[in-house]
Design a protein around this ligand. Structure first.
Ligand code: BES
Ligand code: ZN
Ligand code: ZN
Length: 504
């Protein structure tokens, strides 16, 4: 993992290969606070022309000129997009620095905070977001890429945030700590998502969670198939009948506050491979269904981050995990399953399996009487049609909760969009020979009817919101530079951590 630290200017000089300075637009001209007139003149000599602000938007790397005592110099324009929140601009700058380091094979870089902040007051937020951007952009899943290729790539290992004595070093270090922990947990979760189905089975997902939780204060309990049956989790057990490895139910608990404080509950869909079952999916694009456990992986990442940040909150994380396969014992269309809370469900389409495993997990969450329940799931293709791969669809009838979610997402630099859920959607999910059916009796609004189905397993007096991350859990790299172009994004972990702070 990339090491980010802080140093005063006097201690840092020339210990890194590259100095990174930032340019700001002031009126028609641009200024680079870290360079005096003579130095700026030198830069102009090197580039052979006056520096245009726009030339620096993607970053300019000047090699081997020993300016300011560093071998190399990188210049970057600060020009946040209007669509981005305050912190998001700095997150993207962090990613840009890392990408310049990667492209130019730099092992150590020093970022001049003074030139970045230019009088900016929210130093903690700046340092946290910058660190997140640096570490998130450093993510790669190359476990199976043969060694030689890996060895040849020199990459940034140490990044120092250089600051003046006027800047509060404790604030800076705190920002770096929070940013590093969050990014580390997002990257861990991305790794689980990118790992193929033959590596991350339900058993492996549970084992990885137990391993990662060691020493963090997070308690992990894992229920095996026999226990799941005994606990009347008819949905999780039923989906697992299709074959493949045994199912697991992962329970994570973290107590950072007093015993009397109600916990915040997070529930995530951990479907390690979704073939569709008997209602089998078309083969084209089926490989993407290894990502069907991203809701679960992101809940695991959230709980790890909360524990490592030592937040003063109580939280529980629940991940039902199985494959959805079409073996001889698999659910057949028309089969009836009974959930933990006693409600019965007709399975008309075995590919609508996410809701079947979540119904048991949400019932279990309700029994714990939490302060609030949030769930994340790659639940419907319909949300991808509605919102594409930029916004996560959020479903809740609680307007105040929606506002809190929106605020938390804005703060985290993540995009959420409120989606409808009402009694009509509930009515559409009524069964004929069971209480409910797992697909709607009408066409359209597939994400809303799925959410309405889930709602039937949450206690009426517990605030609840469902996050459909089918469009945002992977493949969002074209939109943010700190996420891989192809691969798991770790979406909503940062928002969930903010929500835990708010409700804890
Ligand atoms: N895992 C899928 C949803 C999905 C689709 C995630 C595309 C990511 C990208 C889910 O289990 C599923 O197959 N849902 C069905 C529901 C339908 C049968 C009511 C869908 O969306 O087609
Ligand atoms: Zn499915
Ligand atoms: Zn699925």
């Amino acid at each position: 993992m990339l090491n980010v630290s802080a140093k005063k200017v006097s201690d840092a000089k020339a210990k890194s290969q590259t100095l990174v300075l930032f340019a700001h637009k002031s009126g028609a001209t641009s200024t680079i606070p870290g360079l005096n007139k003579t130095e700026l003149g030198k830069v102009h000599e090197i580039t052979g022309k006056e520096l245009e602000f726009d030339d620096l938007k993607k970053g300019l790397f000047l090699r081997g000129h020993n300016l300011n005592g560093y071998t190399n110099l990188a210049l970057i324009a600060v020009s946040p997009s209007k669509d981005d929140s305050f912190s998001e601009g700095f997150r993207k700058l962090g990613a840009l620095v890392l990408q310049l380091g990667l492209a130019n094979k730099q092992e150590s870089m020093a970022i001049d905070l003074e030139s970045l902040c230019k009088g900016q007051k929210k130093l903690d937020e700046v340092c946290q977001a910058l660190t997140e951007g640096l570490c998130l952009a450093d993510y790669r899943y190359d476990e199976f890429i043969t060694k030689d290729k890996k060895k040849n790539s020199v990459r940034p290992e140490n990044i120092v945030l250089v600051h003046s004595t006027k800047m509060n070093s404790k604030t800076i270090t705190e920002g770096i700590r929070s940013g590093s922990i969050l990014a580390e947990c997002v990257n861990f979760s991305r790794g689980l998502g990118d790992a193929p189905g033959n590596i991350i089975t339900p058993v492996a997902l549970a084992n990885e969670t137990v391993k990662a939780a060691r020493g963090t204060g997070l308690k992990v309990t894992v229920w095996d198939k026999a226990r799941i049956k005994k606990e009347k989790m008819g949905g999780l057990f039923g989906v697992n009948l299709g074959g493949g490895p045994d199912c697991r139910f992962i329970i994570m608990e973290y107590n950072g506050a007093g015993k009397s404080k109600k916990p915040v509950a997070f529930v995530g869909k951990g479907l390690t491979f979704d073939s569709g079952g008997i209602s089998i999916k078309p083969s084209q694009g089926m490989e993407e269904m290894k990502y069907d456990m991203c809701g679960g992986a992101n809940v695991i990442g959230t709980l790890l981050a909360i524990a490592k940040l030592k937040l003063k909150v109580n939280v529980i994380g629940l991940v039902p995990s199985t494959e959805n396969m079409p073996g001889p014992m698999a659910n057949k269309p028309g089969d009836i399953l009974v959930a933990r809370n006693g409600k019965s469900v007709e399975v008309f389409n075995t590919d609508a399996e996410g809701r079947l495993i979540l119904m048991d997990a949400l019932s279990y969450a309700s029994e714990k009487k939490p302060r609030v329940i949030f769930d994340a799931a790659t639940l419907t293709g319909a949300v991808v049609v509605a919102l594409g791969n930029s916004y996560t669809g959020v479903f809740t009838r609680d307007k105040k909760l929606m506002k809190d979610i929106q605020d938390a997402a804005d703060k985290s630099g993540e995009w959420v969009w409120p989606m409808p859920i009402n009694d009509h959607h509930v009515a559409d999910m009524k069964g004929t020979h069971a209480d409910l059916c797992n697909i709607s009796s009408f066409k359209g609004a597939g994400s809303s009817t799925a959410a309405a189905f889930l709602e039937q397993f949450v206690d009426k007096d517990i605030p609840w919101a469902h996050f459909d991350i089918a469009g945002t859990a992977w493949h969002i790299g074209g939109r943010v530079n700190y996420s891989p172009k192809k691969g798991a994004s770790g979406v909503m972990i940062r928002t969930f951590v903010e929500l835990a702070k708010k409700f804890g």
